[in-house]
Design a binder for this molecule. Structure first.
Ligand SMILES: NC(=O)c1ccc[n+]([C@@H]2O[C@H](COP(=O)([O-])OP(=O)(O)OC[C@H]3O[C@@H](n4cnc5c(N)ncnc54)[C@H](O)[C@@H]3O)[C@@H](O)[C@H]2O)c1
Length: 252
């Protein structure tokens, strides 16, 4: 079953990639529940959706804070109702090599990128389990499937991939699916200029990904056509991680 209008909770909704996710899902007629750390930024994201003719409501909470997330759940129940779809997009990229890093900054990345989705899934899967239907989509990264220069980011996103697989046992036969999307370089403020320049040389399609493409993939994963896609890490990276590029002929 896919109802016409779903209540879709999106974390990190004020961020660059979510602009594409929010508008794509709102265009499909869903109610977007925008969650970010700061209410003004969540509200700005929700306003943008409403200006485009969509339905959106803003909330603020830290996804790592179990108590704040429990309170948020009660607020959403009171004002909107049950959540049918959760998109975990909140995340940070701490550009620190091992030599510049320390346990505190490493823990922060693990907290936001991995503990946050865990807390959100634990809390909001309750609604889905009660309804006997639900969709969870985590925004991971290709950095979690390959190595990456910034260990805290790579480790947190790899953990997210294995968290996703491990939930299949809990959600066995419940009507819930849980999947990861692993983007390559997406056109957002998170991406620095030098990386943009590398895309043309190192990505087989040569493209930076439009955030709306991530929205399109989320929209597919919550549709009936995707009801048997479960526990996957879906790459959207222009082929970057599939190409063994030691003998890359396309260097400048
Ligand atoms: N931009 C890319 O190229 C790219 C590539 C692969 C994966 N990703 C992943 O996609 C997701 C979105 O990335 P983006 O580029 O939009 O980043 P962004 O920095 O623009 O947005 C992230 C959002 O998450 C929010 N956030 C951070 N910590 C939070 C917390 N504790 N609680 C609630 N909200 C919190 C921030 O306020 C921000 O609005 C991230 O998980 C990122 O790791 C991004």
């Amino acid at each position: 079953m896919t109802a016409n209008s779903l209540n879709i909770l999106i974390t990190g909704a004020a961020g660059g990639m979510c602009e594409g996710i929010n508008s794509r899902l709102a265009q499909a007629g869903h109610h977007i529940i925008c969650l970010d750390l700061d209410l003004d930024r969540s509200e700005a994201a929700a306003l943008k959706i409403r200006e485009q003719g969509g339905k959106a409501t803003a909330f603020a909470a830290d996804v790592c804070d179990e108590q704040a997330v429990a309170t948020l759940h009660q607020q959403i129940r009171d004002h909107i109702g049950a959540v049918q779809v959760l998109v975990n997009a909140a995340g940070i990229l701490d550009r620190k090599y091992l030599k510049d890093s320390d346990a505190q900054s490493f823990r922060r990345a693990i907290d936001i990128n991995l503990v946050g989705p865990f807390v959100m899934i634990k809390e909001f899967s309750e609604d889905m389990l009660q309804a006997g239907w639900g969709r969870i989509v985590n925004i991971a990264s290709i950095a979690g499937t390959t190595g990456y220069p910034y260990p805290s980011y790579a480790a947190s996103k790899a953990g997210l991939a294995n968290l996703t697989r491990s939930l299949l046992e809990d959600f066995w036969g419940t009507g819930l699916t849980v999947n990861n999307i692993c983007p390559g370089v997406v056109d957002t403020p998170m991406v620095i200029d030098s990386v943009r320049q590398q895309v043309r040389r190192r990505v087989p399609t040569g493209n930076i990904i439009d955030p709306a493409e991530i929205g399109g993939l989320v929209n597919f994963l919550i549709s009936d056509d995707a009801k048997n896609i479960n526990g996957t890490n879906m790459l959207i990276d222009g082929g970057a991680t599939q190409l063994f590029s030691l003998f890359n002929n396309h260097e400048d």
